[in-house]
Design a protein around this ligand. Structure first.
Ligand code: NDP
Length: 465
């Protein structure tokens, strides 16, 4: 046996990850369900082929890896993972380690971690798409510290490095913790993308800017506080031309967003945790509405096209996006804190922000500041950290203006508006839930607490009182 590690599943992500591992000097044994893919992979590995050991069966794969073995699984989440774990069971020793690097539902990872697999198991979220996997992804691990430490040299070698040189690979906590953090990462990714799409819509429909002009705005923003991968690629996609028609590429793309479920999982889990993440929920909702092409067409036929011309300065839109982004991340981190408590994970919030600084889809300059703010006091909501409270104070008037005027002009701004709504609720000491409590007590005798502390939990309404 000569391989330092093995990998199952040479699809988009698996192939890129295997080349990354080989490039960093680790001999890697690979196996793919379709054998010709394995051999093509070796043939196309170029300079790295020396460190790639193709195998035609799981038995050969296992035999090719130094003991105690480590094997990365990079197959579709769900049944395929269980199938592979089952197939590996008779072949592996109890000291061997299997790492599920796909986008598993963290509940599945919890189940697999606790379900008596006869070998060690890590759940690992990998972000950055194909390019990230090839040249440096962000890696979020879940499992025991000892299992993480065994493969940490390889994982930190292949991970992206932040500006300060720190690798974007870390153990988040036990069992499903890594996949949980990856899930919330994806939820935030949905929200970031949706808020950018909403601002794009204001420019396209409200200000009648063409794609080239919009591209320039995004490109400018990428030099400022919004500097991030998603703003950068927004500038690039709006700049591109369709080779078939010569039109701007974005103008010929159907407005129906795909999704593989991680945003939806985040929204569902947030409900279980009673963690308010309205910006992410709005982003998931917006993808769902985007899929309803026929209904939207009928809606427009019946009610007319809504958006009316309305102009904003790019600076106002930029400030609105800054505010929306802070609010969204504040919600995401608060959800992670809630999960940490519920599942007993002791998740390291600043550590998570640090892992997200490079390699992953939501990497951005602002995550540096978030990591710092969370390090000062991880138990404080991000919006209350002095740095972000100051930024928000400056940016909120723009968000309020963009949402109120945009909505008045008929633009759909679900994510930005949800951020604003949450902000206004969380800064209101005397809310309106006293009305809810009165109603609940009226119809269900559920009782309430009084402001003056008097112990009389029911109102003077009926039912023999
Ligand atoms: P691909 O569809 O490109 O590749 C899937 C791989 O899994 C192929 O090698 C395929 O083999 C293999 N496979 C499928 N079913 C089985 C099975 N039942 N048993 C054994 N092998 C199987 O997927 P991706 O590489 O895009 O995704 C892999 C995982 O990574 C997923 O969980 C995905 O959610 C996650 N992920 C993907 C990202 C992306 O940007 N694409 C980003 C981050 C995570 P065969 O050649 O025989 O079909």
């Amino acid at each position: 046996a000569q391989a330092d590690i093995g990998l199952i599943g040479l699809g988009t992500m698996g192939a890129a990850l295997a080349l990354n591992i080989a490039e960093k000097g680790f001999p890697i044994a690979v196996w793919n369900r379709t054998t010709e893919v394995t051999h093509r992979f070796k043939a196309e590995a170029g300079d790295l082929a020396d460190r790639v050991i193709p195998t035609d069966s799981l038995k050969d794969l296992v035999a090719a890896i130094k003991t105690p073995r480590a094997i990365i699984l990079m197959v579709p989440a769900g049944a395929a993972v269980d199938q592979q774990l089952e197939a590996l069971t008779p072949l592996l020793d109890k000291d061997d380690l299997v790492i599920d690097a796909g986008n598993a539902d963290f509940h599945d990872t919890n189940r697999r971690s606790e379900g008596g697999l006869p070998f060690h198991f890590l759940g690992m979220g990998v972000s950055g798409g194909e390019d990230g996997a090839r040249h440096g992804p962000a890696i979020m691990g879940g499992g025991t510290q000892a299992d993480w430490d065994r493969v940490a040299p390889i994982l930190t070698a292949i991970a992206a490095k932040a500006e300060d040189g720190v690798p974007c690979a870390a153990r988040m906590g036990d069992a499903g913790a890594g996949h949980f953090v990856k899930m919330v990462h994806n939820g935030i990714e949905y929200a970031d993308m949706q808020m950018i799409a909403e601002v794009y819509g204001l420019m396209r429909d409200g200000m009648e800017m063409d794609a080239a002009a919009i591209s320039k705005v995004f490109t400018d923003w990428n030099e400022g506080p919004l500097q991030s991968y998603l703003i950068e690629i927004s500038g690039k996609v709006t700049e591109a031309t369709d080779p078939h028609t010569g039109k701007p590429m974005v103008d010929v793309i159907l407005d129906q967003a795909g999704q593989k479920g991680t945003g939806r999982w985040t929204a569902i889990e947030a409900q279980h945790l009673a963690a308010p993440i309205p910006v992410i929920e709005a982003a998931v909702m917006a993808r769902n509405v985007s899929a309803q092409l026929q209904q939207r067409k009928e809606g427009q036929d019946r009610f007319g096209i809504a958006p009316k011309h309305h102009g904003f300065s790019p600076t106002t839109l930029e400030q609105a996006l800054i505010a929306g982004k802070i609010l969204c991340y504040a919600q995401g981190f608060a959800m992670i804190a809630a999960a940490s408590e519920k599942f007993g994970w002791t998740l390291d919030l600043p550590g998570i922000a640090r892992v997200w600084r490079a390699g992953c889809i939501i990497r951005s300059a602002m995550l540096n500041d978030m990591a710092e703010a969370l390090a000062q006091d991880p138990s404080r909501n991000l919006v209350m950290a002095p740095f972000f409270a100051d930024l928000l104070e400056k940016a909120m008037p723009s968000l309020r203006q963009v949402v109120s005027e945009g909505i008045a002009a008929g633009h759909a701004l679900p994510a930005l508006a949800s951020g604003l709504m949450w902000f206004d609720m969380m800064r209101t000491a005397r809310g309106t839930a006293n009305m809810i409590q009165a109603q609940r007590d009226f119809f269900g005798a559920h009782g309430f607490k009084r402001l003056d502390g008097l112990d009389d939990p029911h109102g003077p309404w009926g039912m023999g009182r």
